[in-house]
Design a protein around this ligand. Sequence first.
Ligand code: UD1
Ligand code: CA
Length: 484
Amino acid sequence: MSVNDLAIVILAAGKGTRLKSSQAKVLHRAGGRALVEHVVRACAPLKARKVVLVVGHQAEQVSAVAELVGAESVLQQPQRGTGHAMQVARRALGSAKIAMVLPGDAPLIRTETLRAMLAAHRSGNAAATVLSAVVSDPSGYGRVLRKSETAVQAIVEESQLTGEQRELNEINSSIYCFTLEKLWPALARVTPNNKHRELYLTDAVGELAAARETVLARVAADPREALGCNTRADLAEVDRIFREWKRSSLMNDGVSMQLPETILIDPDVTAGEDTVLEPGVQLLGKTKIGERCIIRTGSVLSDAVLGDDVVVEPHCVVVQSRLDDGVVVGPFARLRPGTHLKDGARVGNFVETKKAVVGEGAKVPHLTYLGDTHVGPKTNIGAGTITCNYDGAGKHPTTIGKGVFIGSNTTLIAPVRIGDGAYVAAGSAITESVPPDALGIARGRQVNKPRWASRRRRELAAGGKSAPRRRKAKLRSRKKARRR
Ligand code: UD1
Ligand code: CA
């Protein structure tokens, strides 16, 4: 069976008035992708000679999505209905003999269903084949009117239904195969005979049937594949279904989930066997997780790459970061882009990192900011350490060697280097590099005043001015003296 006579047309010019949005409908996202991208991806394995998108509203943005996945676009301006959209696509179809037409807003369609429909269209020598679905609530959809078990008489739009037809629950998915030499003359006979003054592609189906051409309808095995997203509620429903499919596929691959319906996973995410996801976890973008990891409740990972045996404690945010084998982070850690935690490293609570490499077995247990920083293996970063990487104009690096001990509440004013095995005393403001093996200490020296406290208590009991007030008075009189 030759497939080179096949072109695919995706109708994506509409605004989507019912969404009440400034964004074109097909750009809205569900299941982690724009609606139209789902449709193009479902068609890709059919290897048609061409995939043509009809674009109109936000044409540039919609075309850009199409190009990403190898489709070309034609502009329909203004949009005069689905039949008009087909006429606009005509020139781009070249010498294709069969067109598969899909709406850009029905993202749950699967490749196998399309393949089966195409095969039925070819083997039935049909002029048109409609993919239909039998649903419990057909409202909002065009209904398929049959003249026999297999043959279609017409498609009637919701607004044109007679009372009796309203009961029909076989709907038009808006997915069709057309034999083009039959479609064009039928489409030419269609008139904009409806309240929107649009040319309906559905009317061309009726024209073909009236001309005694073969018009078939195939019922989709899963009616959800015909779900079009006209409203926000439709979008939410489609998103829910995609997320459920993704979770099932990961569970089949050996990933455990607690309260799975609370877990949100994007389509490109992978996770290894025996990894556990707790409730309320989100795995986004191209996140890749190894085996036996635990991602605890409330954590959000986006484009993160995790090795094996990694623990992400509750409520962490990890973006464009790499966590090697045996790393433990959180709770409440924020790893920003460019973070790389090497084998066995630990990052604890209230720690923020950005463009930071933390070496094997190094620890950053609490309350720290590391930006543009390299930390060597086995180094310990004390609580409250801050790398001052930004001077108001540019960013500067901090390099901390291996086996270093940074005392608590240290500020490291970049650019600065701390050599291997060095110590930095707690509370230091480090402005100059510390050589290997040295102690860096940079803070005011402590002064202890013996018996100061008991003297003060005695003064207070005597009802005299408090010590600090007396000192202030003294300072004031000195200033006066200077002015004179
Ligand atoms: C359409 C069908 C209806 C079917 C339903 C399935 C028609 C007249 N009706 O109705 O029988 O049950 O889909 O979801 O076809 N578009 C264009 N150019 C236009 C108009 C629309 O490209 O001038 C695109 C839209 O962007 C959309 C698709 O065609 O992706 C379908 O249009 P939409 O307005 O959603 O049609 P429905 O009212 O849902
Ligand atoms: Ca629709």
